[in-house]
Design a protein around this ligand. Structure first.
Ligand code: 5AD
Ligand code: SF4
Length: 471
């Protein structure tokens, strides 16, 4: 999954002079980006409006990610700067609260306060619905920590976004359907920071997606740390799989595109494959991390699948949906990875031919199984292998994008482009496309002929536009 850093969108300060401003900086995966929006939604009734200017913020939330090495160090360096800002604002008589949320908050808890006393509040991902109360408490007595896994369902208590907020956020929306993971891959902190798998009930998700659709959302990306392990309670009392949920969501008027991430190969069941076959709304792009092509390393990673079983699964998926494009995550330099193991990864990449991929150097995460394994791979070996994998994956991505040149693809237009008169959107394969066109096409799915493939996006022409005839 991409590891972008993003701040949430600007909101106009519309709530009058008493409005308090909140700045959220979100690191890591899309689930954090989704959580950031839910945090601002739950704070809106308290009079908080969002700002993108951190120096204006009365409340600063760092929504942290713990998946990479040095994650906590980055947070501390950011907090050092925020501490100075807090002091400067205090001189001007302005109060600033600093909250640390996300997986570093969950993993480090009270330790964060010990190392940086400018923090007012530490809040784990399971407690965001309690934010208003926690902020009030931290205002009275700074240093509040809430990293519990509460019995109540936080989604029952998170405020639904107002229709105008949905519209501001655009026509493509994220919806968390599942949280946590029971897989315990030996490199991964997620089962520790996000806890056991929990699925939201179907009715709650249907309600949220319907509300989004009523405000113009056309595409939903269903999120979960292990999203295809989804097993939510259905309205019929039975347990529904992700595939069954997809069939139901595809019935919601306005919803034209469904995506989901991130999946584990072992949880990709027949119902989900059938959904790819049957539902036009199911987008033909799947992020299905394999991590390594070596069975020895996959076993040491506790992935519980082999390279062959992964390839078989891809075959099944492609039989169901022949144009399915795939992406994956890879870890290079896992403890014990030999040159032959790495070669097996390159072979698998060549065999599958991914549309895009993300690759990471293994970094030991304290508390995980692999952290104490012997035979850690030397840094220079990791760097060299990463470069080789990167080259292969980049070539595949470029070839995939180049192959769309000349094709006409349905594009969901999401926003105005960088240049005046341009609009931008996505193909079914999640490729960014720009073309000249009127802004009123935003929210529509329109045929676009791809004329050029650049390093980061495609350039196209509205298929309805007639080419000028010579003479
Ligand atoms: N080292 C390197 N990469 C990791 N990932 C998760 N944990 C680690 C780690 N300790 C990668 C995996 C995962 C992605 C989100 O991050 O490839 O799929
Ligand atoms: Fe981490 Fe593995 Fe769970 Fe993915 S499936 S979140 S890599 S433990």
């Amino acid at each position: 999954m991409p590891e972008d850093t993003a701040t949430t969108a600007i909101r106009p300060p519309s709530q009058g002079a008493n409005a308090r401003r909140v700045f959220v900086k979100s690191y890591g995966c899309q689930m954090n980006a989704y959580d950031a929006t839910r945090m601002t939604d739950v704070l809106a009734p308290q009079g908080f409006v969002e700002t993108q200017d951190v120096s204006q913020a009365d409340l600063i939330i760092l929504n942290t990610c713990h998946i990479r090495e040095h994650a906590s160090e980055k947070v501390f360096s950011e907090l050092g700067k925020l501490r100075l800002l807090k002091q400067e604002r205090a001189v001007q008589g302005e109060e600033t609260m600093i909250a640390v949320a996300g997986c570093v908050a969950q993993a480090e808890g009270r330790e964060l306060l010990r190392r940086q006393n400018a923090i007012d509040l530490v809040v784990g991902p399971q407690s965001y619905h309690r934010l208003p109360d926690l902020i009030d408490r931290a205002r009275q007595t700074p240093g509040v920590v809430d990293t519990d896994f509460p019995a109540e369902d936080k989604f029952d208590h998170l405020t639904a976004p107002a229709p105008e907020k949905i519209r501001e956020r655009g026509v493509s929306a994220f919806v968390t359907v599942q949280e946590g993971c029971d897989k315990f891959c030996t490199f991964c902190v997620v089962p520790y920071t996000r806890g056991a798998e929990v699925s939201r009930p179907v009715s709650q998700i249907v309600e949220e997606v319907s509300r989004l659709a009523q405000s113009g959302v056309r595409e939903v990306s269903l999120l979960g740390q292990n999203v295809n392990a989804y097993h939510g309670e259905g309205p019929d009392g039975a347990t529904w799989s992700l595939g069954r949920l997809a069939y139901r969501l595809a019935e919601i008027p306005g919803i034209a595109r469904i995506r989901y991430m991130t999946s584990h190969p072992n949880d990709l069941d027949e119902e989900l494959i059938a959904a790819h076959r049957d539902l036009p709304a199911m987008m033909p792009f799947l992020h299905l991390p394999v991590q390594s092509g070596s069975d020895r390393i996959l076993a040491a990673m506790n992935r519980k699948h082999t390279a062959a079983s992964y390839l078989q699964l891809i075959e099944k998926l492609r039989a169901a949906r022949p144009d399915l494009a795939l992406s994956s995550d890879f870890i290079v330099g896992f403890p014990g990875e030999s040159e032959a193991d790495f070669q097996a990864t390159l072979d698998l990449v060549t065999q599958v031919n991914f549309a895009s991929s993300y690759f990471f150097k293994y970094s030991a995460r304290p508390g995980t199984g692999a952290a104490t394994m012997e035979d850690q791979v030397a840094e220079e070996v990791k760097v060299e292998r990463l470069a080789r994998l990167q080259k292969l994956v980049d070539d595949q991505r470029r070839a995939f994008n180049a192959a769309t040149v000349g094709r006409t693809l349905p594009v969901l237009f999401e926003k105005t482009g960088r240049h005046p008169g341009q609009i931008g959107g996505k193909t079914p394969y999640l490729q960014a496309v720009h073309c000249d066109g009127p802004a009123d096409l935003i929210g529509s799915i329109v045929d676009v002929t791809i004329i050029e493939s650049g390093p980061n996006s495609l350039h196209g022409r509205l298929a309805s536009e007639q080419k000028e005839q010579p003479g």
